[in-house]
Design a protein around this ligand. Structure first.
Ligand code: ASP
Length: 595
């Protein structure tokens, strides 16, 4: 056995071990030199323990201790002793004891680190460049430990409930619609490419055809999307599919799984069933399909109140069938500069303007448009906003419903943050259902699936206009984040074909892209439904972290760059040749990341 075989972890050295000989391994968090006594704090994954080098006890160990520096990785052999009364540290789990060192082996020294592991505010690029050091920080260790145990508990629940974990390919086939894909060239089939799986969607439906009935996978997915705060080019989903189910069955499994995980890991009880809201309802009230319900602050529709107000810009909006929505901030008069900042903010969010109306305590109306408002405006507005009173302020956005309401929704979150309306340490989970089946693409030229093309429409869809068709789809929302989404699937070939056609695919395209799938629907294809939860996002919320990079071991930067390995990289011409590829451009942007 090697001399440095650990007998106990640093965080597990307690008073019960007084007098015992121990071998500890770890990193030096701190070193304090008091002449004849040198103290180190030794850190491993389990915690920290103090070790003391006393020249009277071991001259040799003490002389090595003088050369120790932070982050050396060492092995010590010593005896657990009690700390003197004055030395006791109640804040440390091991604060009543220390290890008197008899011998030490320096397993490896360390250069001076590029940042202190105790700092809170470290430049993120530096953290990502030296991620292995960043991950030494206890906070990051806790986050990844949380990740591990949450994933384990989900697996535990699902396997206990009859689900099979099945892995599906990452190298797959490009599919139209959906997100942009990452492509991998094939050396053997030159000129052809695999697409990295955006999700295991088709495979999981085929697993149902294969008769597995209950499938799940902790699946890595790849989407070449523009980076946003809570997006990564590769991310992890809890992917699940069940045969012979309705919407409520899939939602039920997920709810019970979350209840199991929250109870087991955090002793949090969540009340089931989770509240369920229709898409149209939450859009009208909160301007979003992922409303944060930790606070109220709904959007009020004041269109009827403004019908008689002679203001040309509002008349123009109403003339085009637009709407006028308001946020109601109680008991607050904003300063001029605050108001200007809110107007600026709403413009940044895409509005043409933000109108404010303050009802002063003396009954006057303070607003740039006050002289255009009727004298009984407060009373009229109260017919819609029952709780409106003197002292309150309204913020108003006018425009096309589909555009103005999301702006109000984002202002709603910004007001909630600014005015401290969000209840801390709350998890507010809900389902959103009755989504539209289709939505117009950005250029308004064709229909896209709101979820994906395999989602079953709600009954009666054939009689409706495409824009009015609803989907048997559901999203799980937590604290204003969409943490999951799924649907009941089409299982009838003719219906699937019709949906592909509505999406503008020609017969040739349908056969080329989905021929194998439509064929599978001819061999006893069972009805099924499923869902995928975005585990990075869920973990971000559970860890109280600011973005998903904080709960991923080795994430990319916001620009999809690996700051540690410096990837992506150009590829040598010989390799490209072997793949049958010629590059016509190289990205200046990519190089800009490579500092
Ligand atoms: N595959 C879908 C997604 O990744 C989820 C599902 O419908 O099950 O969003």
């Amino acid at each position: 056995m090697s001399t440095w075989k650990r007998t106990v972890e640093c965080g597990a050295v307690t008073e019960k071990m007084l007098g015992k000989e121990v071998v500890l391994n770890g990193w030096i968090a701190h070193r304090r030199d008091h002449g004849g006594l040198v103290f180190i704090d030794l850190r491993d994954r389990s915690g920290i323990v103090q070790a003391v080098f006393n020249s009277d006890h071991s001259k040799e160990a003490h002389s090595i201790a003088e050369s120790l520096r932070s982050e050396f990785v060492v092995s010590i052999h010593g005896t657990v002793i009690a700390r003197s009364e004055a030395q006791i540290n109640d804040k440390m789990a091991t604060g009543k004891v220390e290890v008197q060192v008899s011998s030490i082996a320096i397993l490896n020294p360390s250069k001076h680190l590029p940042f202190s592991l105790e700092e809170d505010d470290i430049d993120e690029e530096l953290r990502l460049k030296y991620r292995y050091l960043d991950l030494r920080r206890p906070l990051m260790q806790q986050r990844l430990a949380l990740r591990s145990i949450v994933l384990f508990s989900m697996r535990e629940f699902l396997i206990q409930n009859g689900f099979f974990e099945v892995e599906t390919p990452i190298l797959t086939k490009t599919t139209p619609g959906g997100a942009r894909e990452f492509l991998t060239p094939s050396r053997i089939h030159q000129g052809s490419f695999y697409a990295l799986a955006q999700s295991p969607q088709i495979y999981k439906q085929l697993l149902m055809t294969a008769g597995f009935e209950r499938y799940f996978q902790i699946a890595r997915c790849f989407r070449d999307e523009d980076s946003r705060l809570d997006r990564q080019p590769e991310f992890t989903q809890l992917d699940l599919e069940m045969s012979f189910v309705e919407e409520a069955d899939v939602r039920g499994v997920i709810e019970h799984m979350l209840a199991f995980v929250f109870k087991k890991l955090f002793n949090i009880e969540i009340k089931l069933p989770l509240p369920t809201f229709a898409y149209d309802y939450v859009f009208a009230l909160f301007g979003s399909d992922k409303p944060d319900l930790r606070y109220n602050l709904p959007i009020y529709d004041l269109t009827s109140v403004f019908k008689t107000v002679k203001l040309s810009f509002l008349e123009a909006v109403l003339g085009q069938g637009g709407k006028i929505g308001a946020l109601h901030i109680e008991d607050k008069k904003f300063t001029r500069s605050e108001l200007e900042a809110w107007v600026e903010k709403s413009k940044k969010l895409g509005s043409k303007g933000l109108l404010y109306i303050h009802f002063a305590q003396d009954g006057t109306i303070e607003s740039p448009v006050s002289k255009f408002l009727p004298t009984d405006f407060l009373k009229q507005a109260q017919s819609v906003i029952k709780s409106l009173k003197l002292g309150d302020t309204l913020f108003i956005v006018a425009g096309n419903y589909k555009e103005a309401w999301p702006i109000l929704g984002k202002l709603r979150s910004a007001f909630a943050q600014e005015l401290d309306l969000i209840k801390p340490n709350t998890l507010n989970l809900c389902w959103i259902v009755d989504f539209p089946l289709l939505e117009r693409d950005e250029k308004d030229t064709r229909w896209n699936s709101a979820h994906h093309p395999f989602t079953a429409p709600k009954e009666g869809w054939e009689k409706l206009q495409p824009g009015d068709m609803k989907a048997q789809a559901y999203d799980l929302v937590c604290n204003g984040f969409e943490i999951g989404g799924g649907s009941i699937r089409i299982y009838d070939k003719a219906e699937q074909y019709k949906v592909f056609e509505m999406l503008g695919l020609s017969d040739k395209e349908i056969q080329e892209k989905f021929g194998f799938f439509l064929e599978a629907q001819e061999f006893g294809f069972p009805p099924s439904g499923g869902i995928a939860l975005g585990l990075d996002r869920l973990l971000m919320i559970l860890a109280n972290a600011q973005n998903i990079r904080e709960v991923i071991a080795f994430p990319k930067t916001q620009r999809g760059y690996d700051a540690m390995m410096h990837s992506p990289t150009p590829i040598a011409p010989t390799v490209l040749k072997e793949l049958g590829i010629a590059c016509i451009a190289s990205s200046k942007e990519g190089n800009a990341d490579k500092k």
